[in-house]
Design a protein around this ligand. Structure first.
Ligand SMILES: [Zn+2]
Length: 746
C-alpha cells in the first residue's frame, strides 16, 4: 500500500450540529474608502528559491495508478492468491491497458525497507513492464521505503553494521512502526544510513530508468532518538545557534556548554503549566525540547534535499514524490512526532502525497476536501497528489474538480494498476479538460483576499487549541467564498504582498514581529486576528506579570490601541489600516472555557478541560513507546460564529472581496490569475443537484473583453457570457453548474 496506516474513521457527528452552506454576503458591502495599498499589491508570496525546479512534465497533469498488491508476507497482509496477483500486474501487456485508458503515471511496487540485496529481485521483476510503459510514454516511478521504516531481520542481515542505524528512545528501546514490532525506524542523523539510502535511490533510478521515486512514511516516527549521532548533531546545532555565553544564558538560564545536553525523553507531551493562560493540556515550554523539535524539522529538510539530489544526479528530470504524513493537514502537530514542517521539506520535493486527507464530500454542512493541504503545497508551487483507495465507481467528480481549482497541477492517484484500466467517461472528460486548458491556466496564482499564517512556534509547541482555530477559520474562509493563500513565518517579511493578513490564534510571536505587523497596519494594512494571538513571545512566555500571578497581555491590542474582546467581533480603523478582532472562534462541539487568572494568582489546572470529552472529531494517535498524541484533523462543522469570521474579512477588505457567488447552494469559488487572464473556478460540492442562473461578481482591474464559460460536465455546454462592469467588478450570470465550471475572463 502507498502508506500503510490510515487513521480510524471518525465517529458519527452529533445530530444537533448546525447545518450551514455558504451564505449570502450582501449585508457586509458597506460603502467605504478603497484601500489603495491592497489594490496594487501582488497577491502571492514570493516563490521559494529551489535548488532544483519541479520538472516541467509534471504540470501536464496526470491520473495515476499504483501497484498496490505487494507481498505482505512478513506482515501477514496477503491472500493465498497474492503471488498470482503480483504476477498479473507485472505483465508488459499492462502497459497497453493503461495506454488505452489514458493513464500516464504509474508507481511500481519496489523497495520496502528489507535491505537492498534482498530486494533486487523485486526491482528486476519490474524491468519488462517498465520498458513497455516507457515505450508508450507512460511515466514510471518506483515505491521506495527510504527514511520511514526498515524490516530489521532482513535489513541487518543484508547490510553489515546497520544494527547501529536505528532510532532508540531514552531507555535504549528501538522505536517501532506502529504495532509492527519487527519494523524499526532508521535514524536520519546517521550519515551511513543516509549514504545507504542515496545509493538505493540511485540504483533504483538507474536500473529501471525511472521518471521518479515515490517514498512512503516520510517522517521520524518517534519523539526522540538517543543514538550518538543524534546527541552530537543536536549539540552542534545548539552551538551554532547559541555560540556565545550571553545567548546561551538568555535561552537556557546558564552559560553552560551543551556537552551534557541530550535529546528530551518525551515521556509526556510537555508541561502542565497554566501560567501561559492558554487552554491547552500539553505545552512544550522547556527550551531544550523546543530546540529539539526545530532541530529535527530542519534536519528532515536537509535530508529531503540530499535525497532529491541523489535522484537528480542520475536523472535531472526525475520527480521526488513524498508521502508527507497526512499531506500536511494544518490541524496536526507534525513537527513533534514526525519532525516535519512544510517550509523545510516542500522546497526540496516535487510532489506531495495527501494520502490521509479528507475525501471530498458534503458532510454536516461542511465541504470536506483536500483544499487546505493543496493551499500549503501551492505556497511552494509543488503539486499535491490526491490518493484514492476506493473503487473507481465511488469516486465523484468533485474529487477531480477540487484539484483543478486549488492544486498546482492535476495529479490524482485513482487506484490500483490492475483495477484502474476502465476509467469512467466523466473521469476521462475531466482529465482531457485539464490537459486541454493547462497551457492557458499554467502557473496561475490565487487572487487572494487574505493570507492565513501557519506559525511554527504556535503549531509546534501546542497540540489542539490553535490548531482548532486554524482549521475552523480556513474552513469558514473556504465556504464563505473568501479566496486565501497559506503563508508561513518568513512570508511576514513581505507583508505588502497581502491584501489582508489573517492570524488565527497565533499564540506565539516575537515582539519585533508584532511591531512590524502593527506598523504595517498603521500604514494601510488590513488585519484579521483572533483569540489569543500574540499573548506569548516566540519562546511561549507571557509578556507581563509574575509566573504565579499570570496575566494575559494582548500585545497586538496594545500596539494597535484596541480593547481586545474575549468574544464577539471588534472592528476598528487604525491609522490608515483596518483591524478586525474575533474574540473567539466558537467551537461547534461546545465551548471550552478560556483560562483566566484566579483572584489569588495562578489559574487552576482543573480549568483546562479535557478536549477528549469535547471534541467529536479528534483522535489520539497511540505509540508503543511514547505518549499518545492528540490530533485534530478536520472541521466536523462550521464554527458557530462562521458569519462573524466572514464579516471580519469583509470589514478589513472594505467589502471589496475578490469574488461573490450569489446562491445559497454550496457553490464554492476559487479565483486564479496569470498573464492569460483571470480564471474563476466554480465547484458545486453537491454535484447531484445542479444549480442554475446565479450571479457571480469578480473584482477586476477594468472591463474585460470576454467572459467564457467552460466545463468538463457533459450537461454544461461551453458558452460566452454577457458581462457588466461597474464599480471595479465584472458581473455575469452562470446559466448552469453541475460540478465544475471554469469561467475565463480575458
Ligand atoms: Zn539518532
Amino acid at each position: 500500500m502507498i502508506h500503510e496506516f490510515q487513521p480510524p474513521p471518525p465517529p458519527a457527528p452529533p445530530a444537533d450540529h448546525r447545518r450551514s452552506g455558504r451564505r449570502r454576503a450582501a449585508r457586509w458591502l458597506l460603502p467605504c474608502a478603497l484601500i489603495l495599498l491592497a489594490a496594487t499589491a501582488s497577491p502571492q508570496p514570493p516563490a521559494q528559491d529551489r535548488e532544483w525546479p519541479v520538472p516541467d512534465w509534471l504540470f501536464e497533469g496526470f491520473l495515476s495508478v499504483q501497484t498496490m498488491e505487494g507481498s505482505g508476507l512478513r506482515r501477514g497482509l496477503r491472500t493465498v492468491e497474492t503471488p498470482d496477483n503480483i504476477a498479473l500486474r507485472l505483465q508488459p501487456s499492462v502497459a497497453d491497458r493503461l495506454d488505452s485508458a489514458g493513464l500516464r503515471f504509474v508507481v511500481l511496487n519496489g523497495i520496502g525497507g528489507m535491505g537492498l540485496p534482498h530486494e533486487m529481485e523485486r526491482v528486476e521483476a519490474n524491468k519488462p513492464l517498465a520498458a513497455a510503459l516507457k515505450a508508450r510514454g507512460i511515466r514510471r516511478l518506483l515505491y521506495v521505503q527510504t527514511i520511514g521504516t526498515i524490516f530489521y531481520e532482513p535489513f541487518f542481515d543484508a547490510v553489515p553494521g546497520s544494527e547501529d542505524w536505528i532510532q532508540v528512545n531514552v531507555d535504549g528501546v528501538p522505536w517501532t512502526y506502529y504495532d509492527q514490532w519487527f519494523r524499526y525506524i532508521p535514524c536520519i542523523n546517521n550519515p551511513e544510513f543516509i549514504d545507504y539510502i542515496r545509493g538505493v535511490l540511485q540504483t533504483a533510478v538507474r536500473e529501471l530508468d525511472l521518471d521518479g521515486v515515490f517514498t512512503d512514511n516520510y517522517g521520524y516516527y518517534s519523539y526522540s532518538c538517543y543514538c550518538d549521532h543524534c546527541k552530537a548533531a543536536f549539540r552542534a546545532y545548539l552551538n551554532a545557534r547559541y555560540p556565545d555565553a550571553e545567548a546561551r544564558q538568555a535561552r537556557f538560564e546558564t552559560a553552560a556548554s551543551f556537552d551534557h545536553v541530550v535529546p528530551p525523553p518525551f515521556r509526556t507531551l510537555g508541561a502542565r503549566t497554566m501560567h501561559t493562560l492558554i487552554n491547552e493540556e500539553h505545552q512544550i515550554l522547556d527550551p531544550v525540547s523546543q530546540e529539539w523539535v526545530r532541530f529535527r524539522c530542519e534536519r528532515l529538510g536537509e535530508v529531503t534535499r540530499l535525497l532529491n539530489e541523489a535522484i537528480k544526479e542520475v536523472n535531472p528530470d526525475a520527480v521526488w514524490f513524498i508521502n508527507y504524513l497526512y499531506g500536511g493537514i494544518p490541524g496536526l502537530n507534525l513537527p513533534v512526532f514526525h519532525g516535519s514542517w512544510a517550509p523545510d521539506v516542500y522546497p526540496h520535493a516535487d510532489l506531495i502525497s495527501a494520502e490521509a486527507s479528507n475525501y471530498p464530500r458534503m458532510e454536516n454542512g461542511v465541504a470536506q476536501g483536500r483544499m487546505m493541504v493543496m493551499k500549503i503545497a501551492k505556497r511552494f508551487r509543488v503539486p499535491l497528489s490526491t490518493v484514492n483507495f476506493r473503487a473507481l465507481e465511488d469516486l465523484t467528480r468533485i474529487s477531480l474538480a477540487e484539484a483543478m481549482a486549488f492544486n498546482t497541477a492535476q495529479v490524482d492517484l485513482v487506484g490500483d494498476i490492475w483495477h484502474a484500466g476502465d476509467l469512467p467517461q466523466w473521469m476521462r472528460d475531466y482529465h482531457a479538460f485539464y490537459r486541454e486548458h493547462q497551457p492557458l491556466t499554467a502557473g496561475a496564482d490565487t487572487v487572494a483576499d487574505t493570507a492565513v499564517l501557519h506559525s511554527f512556534e504556535t503549531l509546534a509547541y501546542t497540540y489542539l487549541y490553535p490548531q482548532e482555530s486554524l482549521v475552523l477559520a480556513e474552513q469558514s474562509l473556504f465556504q464563505g467564498g473568501i479566496t486565501y493563500n497559506v503563508i508561513f513565518d518568513d512570508d511576514l517579511d513581505h507583508l505588502d504582498n497581502f491584501r489582508s493578513l489573517f492570524l488565527p490564534n497565533v499564540l506565539a510571536m516575537s515582539r519585533e514581529r508584532a511591531e512590524q505587523i502593527a506598523d504595517w497596519v498603521k500604514r494601510g494594512g488590513s488585519l484579521v486576528v483572533t483569540e489569543d494571538t500574540a499573548i506569548l513571545n516566540q519562546f511561549m512566555h507571557p509578556w507581563r506579570a509574575e509566573w504565579l500571578k499570570a496575566r494575559k497581555t494582548h500585545l497586538l491590542g496594545e500596539l494597535l490601541g484596541i480593547d481586545w474582546p474575549e468574544s464577539g467581533l471588534v472592528t476598528q480603523q487604525v491609522g490608515a489600516g483596518r483591524v478586525a478582532v474575533i474574540g473567539r472562534i466558537e467551537r461547534p462541539w461546545g465551548e471550552v472555557r478560556p483560562i483566566t487568572p484566579t483572584e489569588h494568582g495562578l489559574a487552576d489546572v482543573a480549568m483546562v478541560q479535557s478536549r477528549e470529552s469535547h471534541l467529536p472529531w479528534d483522535y489520539a494517535e497511540h505509540w508503543p513507546t511514547g505518549p499518545a498524541i492528540p490530533l485534530f484533523m478536520r472541521a466536523p462543522a462550521l464554527a458557530n460564529n462562521h458569519d462573524q469570521i466572514i464579516e471580519a474579512v469583509h470589514y478589513v477588505l472594505d467589502g471589496q472581496r475578490t469574488v461573490r457567488v450569489e446562491t445559497d447552494k454550496p457553490v464554492i469559488p476559487e479565483v486564479t490569475r496569470n498573464a492569460n487572464g483571470t480564471f474563476v473556478h466554480l465547484m458545486n460540492w453537491e454535484e447531484r443537484e445542479p444549480v442554475a442562473n446565479f450571479r457571480v461578481s469578480v473584482r477586476t482591474p477594468g472591463p474585460v473583453e470576454s467572459v467564457q464559460l467552460l466545463s468538463p460536465d457533459a450537461g454544461t455546454p461551453d458558452t460566452m457570457l454577457a458581462a457588466e462592469y461597474r464599480d471595479g467588478r465584472t458581473e455575469f450570470v452562470v446559466p448552469r453548474i453541475e460540478c465544475y465550471n471554469l469561467v475565463i475572463l480575458k
